[in-house]
Design a binder for this molecule. Structure first.
Ligand code: SF4
Ligand code: SF4
Length: 434
């Protein structure tokens, strides 16, 4: 087996053993869900329901006229009890539709369509109507990504799941292989790409086997085993590993004729096209040494992380964790409260004990250059951080801050525990404010 990779990056401990063999399960519904009207890159939605309205699972509750946006849907049967700003996982508040969950839930009824009969306009419309976004965390509207202004010759399904702890994509790969492959083929057809690749890290041999068992007769589809290295699942590193193409700094994958889609997104595309099912639920991983019963669970969008944690047995030994993170440990967002809702891009809820946390003060840069040696984007994180720390944001930009995709490797390797990613975010915010 030929295993491909990219230059630089780091080998991280996996910690996937907590949940990698746990099948996807469901949880009991909460008493209310909080569905943000802005959970994607692009224009926020406006509510199309009012307080007092009865809503059904899968009913559209928010939309926007903007091309770069994604509609949002009720994830339960219930009654709208508020439309108001509520706390968001990124900090601050986001206008949200609050739905009191009805004690009587009806199974949603979906039509079934013959995928062979769908033309490309119908596929794209189905994806847009379903409000699908990139479910790996970026939450970029999928119908926009699948409208490239240039010819595309390759689609890569990102099946790396390279962040430690997370295993929800792994479980989708082995439990929903047919749906995943069908969704990926729909994407390939829509953008008229010659080749379709599945990039999978070799720590998921069952996933590689499951995919290969479905693809034996397919000449234009290839499963590519990849080195277990972080950030293998980042778009630019994935494209380099699979196709040996370099995406230029500041450019998108379409510049080199490639579109990358996440595993969960491809399954959502299948469900939208096959059943006209909107994106109102997702699979995520609840894990960490502070979780009582780590699990992979399918969760209605808008369920609070507190309810999800409770449904997974709560905190280990009833002990308050030292840190709660939404997303992966490298790129996720630390949370200080548990009434934050799961959104379309939430891949995990991580609970870390006090013992697991590295605690030390930020210290001055000692010019060891470890961050430079490991940065997968060939940036100078040391110079970015030193300048940003002094408020010299223009200089931080000159050192490449805008090309940083916040993978967190520099923070991981830094002996001085420098808050480099936070300083990059400060720089980007200062640039956006100009
Ligand atoms: S500077 Fe950005 S891209 Fe480079 S290692 Fe740090 S977080 Fe990753
Ligand atoms: S790893 Fe930390 S201490 Fe070393 S050069 Fe980079 S910022 Fe400075």
């Amino acid at each position: 087996m030929t295993v491909k990779s990219f230059d630089r990056g780091v080998f991280l401990p996996h910690y996937k053993e907590y949940t990698e063999n746990d099948p996807i399960t469901t949880i009991s519904l909460p008493s209310e869900v909080v569905i943000p009207l802005h959970q994607h890159i692009g224009a926020p939605c406006k509510a199309v329901v009012q307080v007092g309205d009865k809503v059904k699972t899968g009913q559209k509750i928010g939309e926007s006229d903007a091309f770069v946006s994604a509609s949002v849907f009720a994830s339960v049967d219930g009654t709208v009890v508020a439309i108001e700003p509520r706390p968001s996982f990124t900090g601050g508040k986001v206008e949200s539709v609050v739905i009191e969950v009805s004690p009587h839930q009806e199974d949603p009824q979906w039509s079934e369509r013959d995928l062979e009969q769908l033309n490309n306009d119908q596929i794209k419309q189905a994806i847009k109507d379903a409000g699908i976004v990139g479910m790996g965390g970026a939450a970029f509207p999928t119908h926009v990504k699948l409208s490239p202004p240039k010819p595309i010759d390759a689609v890569i399904i990102n099946a790396c799941e390279c962040e430690p702890f997370l295993t929800c994509d792994h479980r989708i790969l082995v439990e929903m292989t047919d749906e995943l492959v069908e969704g990926a083929k729909l994407i390939q057809k829509l953008i008229n790409a010659d080749k379709l690749y599945f990039g999978v890290e070799t720590n998921k041999p069952d996933a590689i086997e499951a995919l290969n068992s479905k693809l034996t007769a397919e000449e234009t589809i290839e499963v590519v085993p990849l080195d277990v290295k972080y950030p293998q699942g980042s778009e630019k590193q994935l494209i380099k590993a699979v196709l040996d193409r370099e995406v230029p700094p500041g450019k998108l994958p379409l510049e080199v004729g490639v579109v990358v889609q996440n595993v969960g997104t491809a399954v959502a595309v299948y469900e939208a096209c096959r059943y006209e099912k909107p994106l109102y639920e997702r699979v995520l991983t609840v894990t960490g040494d502070g979780a009582a019963k780590p699990a992979n669970v399918k969760v209605p969008i808008g369920t609070t992380i507190g309810h999800v944690i409770e449904q997974c047995g709560g905190f280990k030994d009833d002990k308050e964790p030292g840190k709660v993170v939404m997303g992966g440990p490298m790129t996720g967002f630390a949370q200080t409260r548990l009434d934050i809702p799961v959104v379309k891009g939430t891949s995990g809820i991580l609970l870390f004990s006090e013992e697991m946390l590295v605690k030390s003060e930020h210290r001055p840069c000692v010019r060891c250059s470890r961050c430079v040696v490991h940065c997968p984007m060939y940036l100078y994180p040391n110079s970015i951080s030193v300048n940003a720390e002094r408020g010299l944001y223009d200089q931080a930009v000159e050192w490449g801050a805008m090309d940083c995709f916040e993978c967190g490797i520099c923070v991981y390797v830094c002996p001085s525990n420098r808050p480099i990613v936070q300083l990059v975010r400060d720089t980007k915010k200062a640039q956006a404010a100009k």
